[in-house]
Design a protein around this ligand. Structure first.
Ligand code: SF4
Length: 156
């Protein structure tokens, strides 16, 4: 397991795998376990807490996976397909936002970039089509026009 989550300081950025840049924004409190959910809220709080919210982009298990019951030895074992499927989702997001793995940047800049690209059904579906959290994901619901505002995501 990872040792601890990042705080968001530049020297200790929050480590986020690329496809989780979408999941974070769709999160409404549903997850794989209570620990997972609490950790996700903590990460969201850290992202919102300060202008010093730095994020390191990865395609490996991240600070969210840290508390996920499907994380086995830093590998996603959510399903038999998840190893390749999850990495594929990360790769597509990295390619589309044109960011290299390991990039460290301010969360506000990264999320702005993500949201400027994943603002249409085609791009979203390339990443999210096989995800089974559609009914719980506010990001997916919004882009697919399955729900109406308010849509309240405010990452500094
Ligand atoms: S299901 Fe896999 S990618 Fe998602 S949080 Fe758990 S370990 Fe990470």
């Amino acid at each position: 397991m990872l040792k601890k989550t990042g705080t968001g300081d530049f020297s200790n950025p929050i480590k986020i795998r690329a496809h989780h840049l979408l999941c974070i924004q769709g999160f409404q409190g549903y997850g794989y376990s209570r620990e997972f959910e609490e950790n996700m809220w903590q990460i969201i709080d850290n992202l919102n807490a300060t202008d010093l919210s730095y994020v390191k982009i990865t395609s490996e298990c991240d600070d969210i996976c840290y508390k996920c019951p499907h994380n086995q030895d830093n590998t996603c074992n959510e399903s038999s397909l998840s190893k390749s499927h999850v990495v594929d989702m990360d790769r597509i997001v990295l390619e589309k936002i044109r960011v290299d793995e390991g990039f460290i940047g301010k969360s506000s800049v990264i999320f702005e970039k993500v949201n400027s690209i994943f603002n249409n059904i085609k791009n979203l579906q390339e990443v999210c089509s096989k995800c089974f959290w559609h009914s719980k994901c506010i990001y997916y619901q919004k882009i697919m026009n399955l729900t109406s505002p308010p849509y309240q995501i405010n990452y500094k």
